[in-house]
Design a protein around this ligand. Structure first.
Ligand code: ADP
Length: 611
């Protein structure tokens, strides 16, 4: 997955998660808040409806008090006002107060007067039997008394559930206008609690109300509540658009037989849901815009540049063209990355150049070694013939020579020998440079080595009136292992240098054992010495100490010590020099001690072992 797709996926996921969290939060907190507001509103409204019913009951109680606490009514009840019914209980009384029945009961519980009225038809009707039955049977309810047994002046009013219908009635003790004396009975009146009354209350309260039989579950809840406080209100969220709220209505005896129901449109809830939807949609739109802006900014400032870098670096990898460079402008990590990539390409390019130079150098060294090998081979053949013939001449094989002739042939032989050694040095140096030199390790006798060196260089020493001494330390094994020819060359080069750069002194060559695991060659002279500064460079190839004395003394080209050092290192040894101008020099070569397996002189190379 590319960084670009991953970035877009992360932004998208973040947006989705944020919106999800916001949605859950709005459902949990905001919607819950709207539901509480809705619940509070319907509770208030159902209480308003309950209050409206109570006001209606109070209305009948109040007009009941007006008529019951009146001398005319009282007189009628005590038999002193026969015209009362005709004068007072008229159709206008029923229709004015929306009365549907009037009953007058004497203290003995006998119904003195009863009459009904059909409000719709506006005509006098008899009172329904169940009402008169109720009035007779519930005298104790309709004529409530205080603790002293006296009728309570204001009487009682409320809802009564009759078998055929429900009515609202008030029952008020009949007293004289000054409320004195004993009541002469009760005045009971009221009306049916029918749909038209409910409709009237609905209109008055602007609520959609209905009155039904009480839900037994609600009645149970009310009775288990056990408190004298408000009756329970049940809010039933029928759908997303409607709630039905129910509250109990208690009858005149305090029994909950009816229930008032309020149907309401869930405007608050719907509004809340709509607001939350708008809120979430707005958040999503803003989030999408923000995500697009972030993605665009990231694309411009980071992603496109990384993509460019990636494409460019891939191209460089495929083409292996390390000369190519990437360019990313700016002053940030991506720009720094491009700078670092360029620096890496610089290094690679430099490495490539070095590799090319090394390959060229190796090839040149190989060619040089090849040419030198051919040249030296071609030069050594005639030189060998010259040396052989000169030696034969000196020995008088071609007739007797005069002393002067012998001297000249001696010089020819000496110089030819020098030339031969120079050619051999050149050849050795080229082999070493090309890494082609193979050591030929075999047992050899150090004593013979010293003898050979002394023998071959004695003439040179004598010529310069130098005493050449060789010494083999007693603790050196009689047979050592190594490449005898190369060790000879080391010794010869060091001793010939010592002779070359010494005039009229001593030169000594010693083989000894510095410790149990090594043996060493030490060449000491009393010659011109080497400055500390020059000591650092004398082992470099083709390097000679500058100065007329040395130049004049040296017949070489500055290869001798370079070969000595390379051969020593090839044999895992070390070379060092200690010298002082005018006092002479000491060259020391330390080599690891390898002995032949049983000390025999003519051992095979394979039998040479490390100690
Ligand atoms: P060459 O002898 O062919 O000039 P070398 O590599 O053998 O080259 O020596 C390098 C230089 O080191 C010599 O030219 C000389 O200046 C100096 N040198 C070597 N050995 C001695 C010595 N024993 N005493 C003084 N100088 C020396």
């Amino acid at each position: 997955m590319s960084i670009r797709s991953r970035t877009l996926a992360i932004i998208g996921m973040t947006l989705l998660v944020l919106t999800g969290v916001l949605y859950a939060f709005s459902q949990l907190i905001l919607l819950e808040g709207y539901l509480t507001i809705e619940q509070d509103a319907v509770s208030v409204n159902i209480q308003r409806a309950q209050n409206a019913v109570n006001q209606k009951i109070d209305f009948y109680r109040n007009i009941g008090i007006d008529y019951a606490h009146w001398d005319d009514t009282y007189d009628y009840m005590v038999g002193q006002n026969d015209g009362y019914i005709a004068d007072t209980i008229m159709p206008s009384l029923y229709s004015n107060y929306e009365l549907e029945f009037i009953l007058m009961v004497n203290p003995g519980g006998e119904i003195v007067f009863s009459e009904g009225y059909a409000l719709d038809d506006q005509e006098i009707t008899p009172v329904a039997d169940d009402l008169t039955e109720y009035a007779k049977a519930h005298g104790d309810v309709l004529m409530p008394r205080d603790e002293q047994g006296r009728l309570i002046g204001d009487g009682i009013a409320g809802i009564v559930n009759l078998p055929s219908r429900t009515v609202i009635l008030s029952s008020t003790p009949i007293l004289p206008s000054d409320n004195s004396g004993e009541p002469a009975g009760v005045l009971i009146w009221g009306r049916t609690f029918d749909d038209s009354l409910v409709g009237e209350i609905s209109e008055q309260t602007a609520l959609n109300l209905s009155v039904v039989s009480a839900d037994p579950a609600l009645v149970d809840a009310a009775s288990s509540d056990g408190s004298d406080g408000d009756l329970p209100i049940v809010v039933n969220r029928v759908s997303n658009s409607q709630t039905i709220t129910s509250a109990l209505l208690t009858d005149i005896e305090g029994v909950a037989g009816l229930m008032i129901r309020l149907e309401t449109q869930r405007r608050v809830f719907q509004q809340g849901q709509q607001s939350i939807t708008y809120f979430i949609v707005a958040t999503l739109v803003i989030g999408l815009m923000a995500a697009a802006a972030i993605a665009l900014m990231l694309e411009r400032t980071v992603l496109s540049r990384i993509a460019y870098l990636n494409a460019h670096v891939s191209r460089i990898r495929q083409s292996s063209d390390v000369r190519s460079r990437v360019t990313v402008s700016g002053n940030d990590e991506v720009a720094t990355l491009s700078t670092n990539i360029n620096a890496m390409l610089d290094a690679l390019q430099a490495q490539e150049k070095i590799k090319l130079a090394r390959d060229n150098a190796l090839e040149a060294a190989r060619l040089k070694a090849e040419i030198l090998a051919n040249v030296s081979h071609d030069a050594r053949t005639p030189l060998s013939v010259i040396m052989l013939r000169s030696e034969l001449l000196l020995k008088g094989m071609y007739g007797a020579l005069t002393e002067r002739q012998k001297e000249v042939f001696q010089q020819i032989l000496f110089n030819t020998d020098q030339l031969m050694s120079f050619i051999e040095n050149l050849l050795e140096a080229s082999h070493l440079d090309a890494g082609q030199l193979q050591l030929n390790v075999a047992p050899f006798q150090p004593a013979k080595l010293l003898d050979h060196v002394q023998h071959s260089l004695e003439p040179l020493a004598q010529e310069k009136q130098i005493r050449l001494e060789v010494e083999l330390s007693g603790d050196v094994p009689p047979v050592l292992c190594g490449d005898e020819k190369r060790i000879d060359r080391i010794l010869t080069n060091l001793v010939s240098n010592a002779i070359k750069f010494t005039s009229g002194g001593n030169v000594s060559a010693r083989i000894w054992r510095p410790d149990a695991d090594h043996w060493g060659i030490e060449v000491r002279d009393t010659g011109i010495g080497i400055s500390t500064e020059d000591q650092q460079r004398i082992f470099d190839a083709f390097w000679q100490v500058d100065g007329s004395t040395t130049r004049a003394a040296s017949s070489g080209v500055g290869l001798g010590l370079s070969i000595v050092r390379q051969l020593t290192e090839l044999m895992d040894g070390k070379i060092s020099v200690a010298s002082e101008i005018g006092s002479g020099s000491v060259f020391t070569v330390i080599l690891p001690l390898r002995q032949s397996a049983n000390g025999a002189v003519h051992e095979q190379p394979a039998l040479c072992v490390d100690r």
